[in-house]
Design a protein around this ligand. Structure first.
Ligand SMILES: [Zn+2]
Length: 224
């Protein structure tokens, strides 16, 4: 990668986190413009021209301004799936400096191989060919290594948590009578990292599960 391309990778502009350089495109006036692969907060990817990112001409994948993203989401039909949540979480941990686990992933220079980073389909194919199922989680064989086919495997949560189980985690859902809402709360090392209220128990449990998957959290204990 050219040196002048590196400076905005990892930056976040509005809803878009810059993942990698994509390509150059010659403008009618002869100028070469840089394009970058970006990850939107909604989970979709979009290739955006650098200056549009910096000046805010493009703020999201399109989900901010229209319902178009809903149609696009149907393209591979997997955006709401567990495996896409795993993929999205992996990218967030490595490239979104505001992610709660960025420090121990992107902050330690752990990255995602280009083949996976630039196209979910490549990750999906690898997962399907390497024993993915709904009960398994993504695990790096070498904890200091990157997310790539050579260093990844699908393991049960029990295996992972046996390897590294922090002491004071809790993932709890409770009902708050006062406000008639279900509260979903996740603590890591005694620090609250997720705390939201929902109308139904189902929504609270779903939100908790999504957060656990996206952030690749180890097993805790669920206290009701
Ligand atoms: Zn979006």
């Amino acid at each position: 990668m050219r040196k002048d391309c590196e400076n905005i990778i990892g930056n976040k502009y509005n809803k878009l986190t810059v993942l990698s350089f994509s390509h150059y495109h010659k403008q009618p006036n002869g100028a070469n413009k840089e394009y970058y692969v970006c990850l939107c907060d909604c989970g979709k990817q979009k290739i955006v021209r650098k200056d549009m990112l910096i000046y805010g001409g493009v703020k999201s994948c399109g989900c901010l301004v229209s319902e178009k993203s809903k149609e696009n989401n149907k393209k591979h039909g997997l955006y709401k799936s567990r495996i896409y949540q795993i993929y999205y979480g992996m990218l967030q941990r490595c490239y979104n400096t505001k992610n709660i686990k960025y420090d121990v992933y992107g902050g330690r220079s752990i990255s995602v191989c280009d083949n996976w980073k630039n196209d979910f389909k490549n990750f999906y194919v690898w997962a399907s060919n390497n024993g993915y199922n709904e009960n398994l989680t993504l695990d790096r064989i070498d904890n200091d290594g990157n997310y790539c086919p050579e260093n990844c495997r699908w393991t049960s949560k029990a295996v992972q948590s046996a390897n590294r189980r922090p002491k004071s985690n809790s993932y709890g859902v409770c009902y708050c009578k006062k406000i008639k809402r279900y509260r979903s709360r996740i603590c890591l090392n005694n620090k609250t990292v997720f705390n939201k209220y929902y109308k139904t128990l189902e929504d609270a449990l779903k939100a908790r599960e999504k957060f656990i998957i996206e952030n690749n959290l180890p097993n805790g204990y669920a206290g009701l």
